[in-house]
Structure formats: C-alpha cells, structure tokens
Design a protein around this ligand. Structure first.
Ligand SMILES: *[C@@H]1O[C@H](CO)[C@@H](O)[C@H](O)[C@H]1NC(C)=O
Ligand SMILES: *[C@@H]1O[C@H](CO)[C@@H](O)[C@H](O)[C@H]1NC(C)=O
Ligand SMILES: *[C@@H]1O[C@H](CO)[C@@H](O)[C@H](O)[C@H]1NC(C)=O
Ligand SMILES: *[C@@H]1O[C@H](CO)[C@@H](O)[C@H](O)[C@H]1NC(C)=O
Ligand SMILES: *[C@@H]1O[C@H](CO)[C@@H](O)[C@H](O)[C@H]1NC(C)=O
Ligand SMILES: *[C@@H]1O[C@H](CO)[C@@H](O)[C@H](O)[C@H]1NC(C)=O
Ligand SMILES: *[C@@H]1O[C@H](CO)[C@@H](O)[C@H](O)[C@H]1NC(C)=O
Ligand SMILES: *[C@@H]1O[C@H](CO)[C@@H](O)[C@H](O)[C@H]1NC(C)=O
Ligand SMILES: *[C@@H]1O[C@H](CO)[C@@H](O)[C@H](O)[C@H]1NC(C)=O
Length: 430
C-alpha cells in the first residue's frame, strides 16, 4: 500500500487549499465612483495616460471600466495602491511594437532581471474580463526579435501582479504576449480563474519564452480553468512559491508545468512547497511536469546565467493528468541548468527535491520515457512516487516503460530501468 501517511494527507489538502483560497476572497463592494476609460481610437494615440487617470480617480473604492473597443498602449503602466477596486475589461488592450521604446522603459519585476509592460498592485481588487477582455501583446515582432536570444533584457512581460493581496483575476485572454504573459510576485491569497493564453505566432508555431504564468515570492495562489497554448512553460512556480494550486487546466504545445528554474542565485536559499495540481490535460506538450534547478557552480549572472543556489522543493502533488502525444519524458528532472548554451555539472546542485507524488496519469506519449530524473549527487532526490500511471505509446498502444534515473533515493511505485542522460537541457532530460 503506497498511499500512506503524508501522501494520503496531501491528496486531501490540495482541494481544501483551493477552496480556502477562493473562499477567503471578497468581491469589492460599496463602490463609490465609476470611471469608464475613454479610448483614443488610433494606434498613434497612447491610451496609457487615460488609463492611469481612471485608476487614480477610481482605484480606491471604485469601478474602472474598459469598454468594448480597442485601447492602444504605447507606454509603461505602473498601477499601485489599488484598494477595494473592480476592474471590468470588455475590450482589447493592444500594446505597441516599438521595441526600442520598450527595451529602454520596461519596468523591473524584481527577479531574474525580468521586466514588464504593466504592473498592477493592490488589495481586494477584482479584474474581470468576462471571458472576452483581451491583453494583446502584439508579440510577433518580439518573437522575431528575440528568437534564440533567451531572456533578452528589457523584453517585457504582458502583465505583472505585484505586492497584491486578496484579489481575483478572471475571464481574461492573453494573446501573443510580448514574453511571459503573467508574472506574479510578492503576492498572497489571490486567484486566477478562467484565463486563456495563446502565444501562437500569426504565421503559426509558438513564440519563444512565452510562459503562461510564473510565481515568485508568492503564496496561496490558485490557478483554475486555464487554457494555455504556447512555446514554453504553462505555469511555473519559481523562488519562494508556496501553497499554489493548479486545477482543471488544459495545456497545449509548450513544455508543461515547470517547477523552477530555481537555485540561480549563489548562496541564496529559496523554496517551493505545497504545490498541488489536479485534473490537468496536456496536449502535445514536451512533459507533463518537469523540474529544473541550476548547478552548484555560478556561471555568469541572471537572467541567462547564474547557479550555486540552495534550498528545496517538497510536498508537491500532481494528480489526475491526461496526456495526448507528449513529446518527451512525462516527468522530468534536470539539475543541470547553467549559462545558456554551456554544459553544466549535473552532480553539483545543492538544491534538493523530495516528497513529490505523481498520481493517476493516463493517455498517450511519443516517448517511451515515463520518467527521466537527473538529480544532483550532492543532494539526491528523495521520495518520488509514481502511482496509477498508465501511459501508452501513441504509435502502437504499448505501455511506455522506461524510467530513467540518476541519484534518486527511495523511489515509490516504480523502479529505475536505466541511467538518465547526463547533460540535460534547460527543459529537462536530453
Ligand atoms: C463586443 O463587441 C463585439 C462586436 O463588435 C461583440 O461580438 C461582443 O460580444 C462584444 N463583447 C462584449 C463583452 O460586449
Ligand atoms: C533607447 O536608449 C538608447 C541608448 O541609451 C538611445 O540611443 C535611444 O534613443 C533610446 N530610444 C528610445 C526610444 O528611448
Ligand atoms: C511603481 O510605483 C510604486 C509606487 O509609486 C513604486 O514604489 C515602485 O517602485 C514602482 N515600480 C516601478 C518598477 O517603477
Ligand atoms: C539586466 O537588464 C538591463 C536592462 O533592462 C541590462 O542593461 C543588463 O545588461 C541586464 N543584466 C544582465 C546580467 O543581463
Ligand atoms: C513590491 O515590494 C517590493 C519589496 O518590498 C518592492 O521592492 C517593490 O518596489 C514593490 N513593487 C510595487 C509595484 O509596489
Ligand atoms: C491558438 O491560436 C492559434 C492561431 O490563432 C489557433 O490555431 C489555435 O487553435 C489556438 N489554440 C487554442 C488552444 O485555442
Ligand atoms: C525565501 O524563503 C526562504 C526560506 O523560507 C527565506 O529564508 C528567504 O528569506 C525568502 N526570500 C525572500 C526574498 O522572501
Ligand atoms: C561536479 O560536481 C561534483 C560535486 O560537487 C564534483 O565532485 C565534481 O568534481 C564536479 N565535476 C566536474 C567535472 O567539475
Ligand atoms: C511499439 O513501439 C515501440 C517503439 O517503437 C517498440 O519498442 C515496441 O516493441 C512496439 N510494441 C509493439 C507491441 O509492437
């Protein structure tokens, strides 16, 4: 009987945690002012000043309304201090393609030298797109500009939710985000429900580095009913992400759910704890779940370099997952991330992964590798459970039966069938 102790408890805690987060949130109420943002109606008129003005007038105890029209955003927006505010988005916000401007003006996010086009920050804020409101990053120009350049400094995220508490974001659409669609930093008790992300180029194929959402220094965050079609991580808990739930989502084409990268800052202790995913579909993604940590040696500086970080990821449960044509190992760990392009020392990371459960996983895969776990010799992975897994090969329906590992202690419910390849890539396995 594998389902004992801590694991049994975690299966119960996950759903309870989502309910706890969502029921803690109160809708804004007793709103005094309503500000409907006027639209300039032309891409030569920057609507950012009118938007900032509306938030200045109605950001506290008020309702800001974006009408069913297109707003053109040609400059950065740092909207902070919101309190008891309802934001209705019935139209489209369309960002300008002046790469030179954005590279010089994007706002720092506060981690990994990342930057952003729009910051929202406040308490008891509801942003409701009603299933229609759209943030269009006009990303085609960015995808062409940044191809092969990894984390290009100054390339902006579409939206950053920073220093926010007790808030809800729902019914929003992110189309062709400039880079990551959403970063969430220094944020607590906030839900993101019914969000559609599609970072497919207008010419087809996904833009690079177009994550759905990343969490940093944040806790009690719930993601539910997301659809993500992109070229990178669907949802990625990073440094100090704790009590995160991911429920009822469908992810297309990208890399899957990424834990990390983490361990990028030399000597700095970071954690990822209590991440629960339940009822997730993975269609044509590389993995379902994968982990990436930097090596024990620092090579260069963030965003593209780093390493030597400490910490752990633990108490993580991923269950009820359906896969269709996975492209790589369903579950992957690589502790080999180092400066882009260079081959790292996979044995040296001091960031430890333990107490991780994958439960009830079915569907099809192009890879015979169910697991590829390349763990660090310095801090081996421990207590990784795979329970009720029945992946079959798309080609002929036979059972996928390869479980590769390196430095994994106390596997539960599976046995290692061979060595994980050394020299993994930033997206896990080789
Ligand atoms: C916005 O207008 C379009 C037509 O221009 C319409 O199809 C759509 O339903 C409207 N959306 C909302 C939220 O009113
Ligand atoms: C961006 O910065 C560069 C170098 O500082 C400068 O030459 C250029 O004029 C700036 N462009 C804009 C649009 O501000
Ligand atoms: C955004 O505005 C807040 C409040 O004025 C300020 O503290 C913060 O530094 C600003 N952030 C950026 C990135 O400019
Ligand atoms: C961080 O970003 C700034 C501009 O946003 C850039 O000038 C600097 O080179 C970047 N640092 C690294 C290490 O890439
Ligand atoms: C959020 O808090 C951090 C850390 O206290 C601070 O550095 C940053 O400027 C704040 N950002 C905003 C948008 O308020
Ligand atoms: C994303 O957009 C592309 C191109 O517009 C479309 O073909 C694809 O079906 C969309 N994906 C999802 C999941 O809606
Ligand atoms: C991250 O979490 C660790 C462990 O709890 C803590 O020591 C550290 O101060 C946190 N870092 C930040 C920036 O909150
Ligand atoms: C890789 O790291 C391990 C653990 O720190 C160390 O023993 C080994 O010598 C390193 N290998 C290389 C090639 O540097
Ligand atoms: C199915 O395909 C795999 C990989 O090509 C092969 O190893 C396996 O023997 C095949 N199984 C059957 C029943 O044909």
């Amino acid at each position: 009987m594998l389902l004992v102790g801590t694991y049994a408890l975690l299966f119960l805690v996950g759903p309870a945690l989502s309910v706890a987060i969502e029921s803690a949130l109160r809708d804004p109420s007793n709103l005094g002012n309503t500000c409907t943002v006027p639209a300039g109606g032309s891409e030569s008129i920057d609507d950012a000043p009118a938007i900032l003005d509306a938030f200045n007038k109605c950001g506290q105890n008020g309702n800001v309304i974006f009408s069913n029209t297109t707003y053109y955003i040609n400059s950065v927006m740092n909207i902070t201090g919101l309190k008891n505010c309802l934001v209705d988005i019935y139209g489209t916000l369309m960002w300008s393609t002046d790469i030179d401007y954005w590279l010089n003006h994007s706002l720092p996010v506060g981690y990994q030298n990342q930057s952003t086009a729009w910051i929202i920050s406040g308490d008891q804020v509801t942003v409701d797109g009603h299933g229609y409101g759209t943030l269009n990053g006009n990303g085609d120009v960015w995808y062409a500009f940044a191809d092969g350049k990894s984390n290009y400094p100054g390339r902006p995220h579409a939206l950053t939710v920073a220093n926010t508490t007790d808030s809800k974001f729902q019914g929003l659409r992110f189309i062709r985000s400039q880079m990551w669609s959403l970063s969430i930093i220094y944020t607590q008790t906030t839900s993101f429900d019914s969000i559609y992300v599609n970072n497919t180029r207008s010419t087809g194929g996904a833009g690079q580095n177009t994550d759905g959402a990343d969490t940093i220094y944040s806790s009690f965050i719930s993601f539910s009913n997301w659809i993500v079609d992109n070229g990178d991580d669907a949802i990625s808990p990073k440094a100090n992400s704790t009590d995160i739930t991911i429920n009822d989502c469908t992810f297309y084409n990208g890399a899957g759910i990424a834990i990390g990268s983490i361990g990028q800052y030399k000597g700095v202790y970071e954690i990822i704890e209590r991440v629960y995913a339940n009822n997730i579909k993975f269609i044509g993604t590389l993995h379902t779940i994968y982990f990436k940590t930097w090596t024990g040696e620092q090579v260069g500086y963030p965003p593209n370099g780093g390493g030597g970080g400490l910490g752990h990821a633990s108490s993580l449960v991923f269950q009820n997952m359906q896969a269709e044509n996975l492209r790589g190992a369903a579950f992957a760990i690589s502790q080999c991330t180092t400066f882009s392009g260079a081959a790292g020392n996979c044995s040296s990371s001091e960031f430890q992964l333990y107490d991780i459960t994958f439960k009830s996983v079915s569907g099809t895969t192009l890879s015979n590798d169910v697991a590829s776990f390349q763990c660090s010799a310095v801090e081996p992975c421990e207590d990784i459970a795979i329970i009720d897994e029945s992946l079959v090969l798309s080609s002929n329906g036979s059972t996928a039966n390869s479980y590769l590992c390196y430095e994994v202690e106390k596997p539960m419910g599976w046995e290692c069938t061979g060595d994980a390849c050394v020299g993994g890539t930033a997206t896990g396995s080789c």
